[in-house]
Design a protein around this ligand. Structure first.
Ligand SMILES: *[C@@H]1O[C@H](CO)[C@@H](O)[C@H](O)[C@H]1NC(C)=O
Ligand SMILES: *[C@@H]1O[C@H](CO)[C@@H](O)[C@H](O)[C@H]1NC(C)=O
Ligand SMILES: *[C@@H]1O[C@H](CO)[C@@H](O)[C@H](O)[C@H]1NC(C)=O
Ligand SMILES: *[C@@H]1O[C@H](CO)[C@@H](O)[C@H](O)[C@H]1NC(C)=O
Ligand SMILES: *[C@@H]1O[C@H](CO)[C@@H](O)[C@H](O)[C@H]1NC(C)=O
Ligand SMILES: *[C@@H]1O[C@H](CO)[C@@H](O)[C@H](O)[C@H]1NC(C)=O
Ligand SMILES: *[C@@H]1O[C@H](CO)[C@@H](O)[C@H](O)[C@H]1NC(C)=O
Length: 424
């Protein structure tokens, strides 16, 4: 831990004096893209990760959040699958299999996180299991034999994913006493935020149901995805313009009548990827609905293009930014990481909905060029800033979230190299 901390301190102190040896990338050359991704990931691991500390937990400035570590492992798993570079496979598997993250019931409810873990945090760890299923990623070993576990193992990726899905279903039933449906942000009634239904939690449940539907072909999951979608639209969380708003309260008699209209990139991204999975599911199992889902995917992309790309007055068309906090450099630890979700799920959407590939890849390419320019070589590692549109390059604002976002926007350009998505 001491080593990690002192490296961070050294990096921060060195920014004023280090010359800007920026990374370079040719977004038409997969070797060049892989090299840039490897350099950014190397920086993330050296600056932010110490495997001798709590397994799977990345270091961030206090307060740091467990969900961000779950988020990062998905980005690193994608890197591993897209590039074939297995350097971090062991780290991924030890993070995801350790009870400090997986929980003793194989559902990403770890004892140490009780008290602050919310539905969205659990979802961000769960996405690792869904991603592992889709890419037939190495299983957790050893298998814990179980007669009820999927594939005979209590700790198979499918068991983990369906365990969490089942918990979301049970919580939805409880939470539907207000607002005609919807998951609360928190599942713990004592937690701050219990009386709030938000898009990252409901979009997370929607995306989980949709991805399980595509993977299993089981219509129960698709029916849930449709139900969550319909509620999200009816309550105004997903607007007719395909903006995704942050959430709405259900304390007292509020009953979700007042929406918080803040727009964050990860909220839209969460729903976007769920609609893409539903497009893929319906194309195969319910073709008369496929066109509807495809048009929802397209509408989300146009909305994302308008809201989260091309910061005004910067002459940076097609460059991704976190519009709520980035222009005045006020993003919190959490918020610095949101672009990682938008980049990741846009890339994966390009695979599921090939008709959107050109639009998506062109937005990711302009963003990746900016992201790479935001990185600087300091003490032998590439450290990336928050702003990708700033022609001056590195903005002096490195963070775990900024580094992860840079990794994912670059890695996303390689999504075409991923194996075909598995299904059963
Ligand atoms: C692609 O990038 C690699 C690594 O930077 C470089 O060695 C190679 O020459 C490039 N290929 C082309 C066709 O530009
Ligand atoms: C972790 O512990 C091992 C064994 O004690 C040691 O060799 C290694 O240098 C440590 N790694 C870090 C990053 O501190
Ligand atoms: C998935 O991986 C396992 C073990 O690595 C392998 O035996 C199996 O053939 C793979 N399945 C597919 C569909 O690639
Ligand atoms: C449903 O609510 C009851 C009463 O508050 C609680 O005891 C139970 O644990 C909740 N179940 C779920 C799945 O949230
Ligand atoms: C709460 O909102 C839901 C969904 O809009 C609605 O169906 C229900 O009637 C409302 N309940 C009350 C008490 O207003
Ligand atoms: C589909 O999934 C649901 C929910 O997990 C399960 O109850 C049902 O048995 C599954 N149906 C089939 C045909 O596997
Ligand atoms: C995306 O936004 C840019 C900048 O506003 C605009 O020029 C472009 O036409 C938009 N792309 C699409 C497909 O709407």
């Amino acid at each position: 831990m001491a080593r990690t901390r002192s490296l961070v301190t050294a990096l921060v102190l060195s920014f004023c004096t280090t010359s800007t040896l920026a990374l370079s990338i040719d977004t038409t050359n997969t070797t060049s893209i892989s090299q840039a991704a490897a350099a950014i990931l190397n920086g993330l691991m050296l600056v932010n990760y110490n495997p001798n500390a709590t397994t799977g937990h990345f270091k961030q400035p206090e307060p740091w959040y467990w969900w961000l570590s779950g988020d990062a492992w998905t980005g690193i798993m994608d890197y591993t699958v897209y590039t074939g570079d297995k350097t971090y496979e062991k780290d991924i598997l030890s993070a995801l299999s350790d009870p400090v993250n997986l929980g003793t019931n194989y559902d990403m409810m770890a004892a140490a996180q009780q008290g602050w873990e919310a539905n969205d945090d659990q979802a961000y760890w769960l996405y690792n299991a869904l991603t592992a299923l889709e890419y037939n990623f190495t299983a957790i070993s050893p298998c814990v034999p179980s007669s009820t576990g999927k594939g005979g193992c209590a700790n198979s990726w499918l068991s983990i994913a369906t365990n969490v899905f089942d918990e979301f279903v049970a919580r939805w039933a409880n939470d539907s006493v207000t607002c005609g449906g919807g998951l609360k942000w928190q599942y713990n009634p004592k937690a701050n935020g219990y009386y709030y239904k938000n898009s990252v939690a409901n979009g997370g449940f929607f995306q989980t149901a949709a991805r399980l539907a595509r993977y299993t072909g089981n219509s129960t999951y698709a029916d849930w995805a449709t139900k969550i979608w319909d509620w999200s639209v009816a309550i105004g969380m997903v607007s007719p313009e395909f903006n995704v708003y942050d959430g709405t309260g259900d304390a007292g008699t509020a009953n979700c009548s007042a929406m918080d209209h803040d727009q964050w990139s990860y909220n839209l991204a969460t729903y976007l990827h769920g609609t893409a999975a539903m497009y893929a599911y319906t194309s195969e199992h319910d073709p008369s609905s496929a066109g509807t889902w495809q048009s929802r995917v397209h509408s989300f992309l146009l909305s994302a293009n308008q809201t989260f790309f091309s910061p005004p007055g910067q002459n940076a068309t097609g460059v991704m930014y976190e519009q709520k906090c980035e222009m005045d450099l006020s993003c919190s630890t959490d918020q610095t990481a949101f672009k990682s979700s938008l980049a990741r799920w846009m890339a994966k959407t390009a695979v599921l909905v090939p008709g959107e590939k050109d639009l998506i890849m062109s937005l990711l390419a302009t963003s990746a060029e900016g992201a790479v320019k935001s990185c600087v070589l300091a003490y032998g590692v590439q450290v990336c800033g928050m702003t990708w549109w700033d022609k001056a390059g590195f903005d002096g604002k490195p963070s775990f979230g900024a580094q992860l976002s840079a990794l994912e926007v670059v890695t996303g350009l390689l999504v075409g190299q991923a194996p075909a998505l598995a299904k059963i």
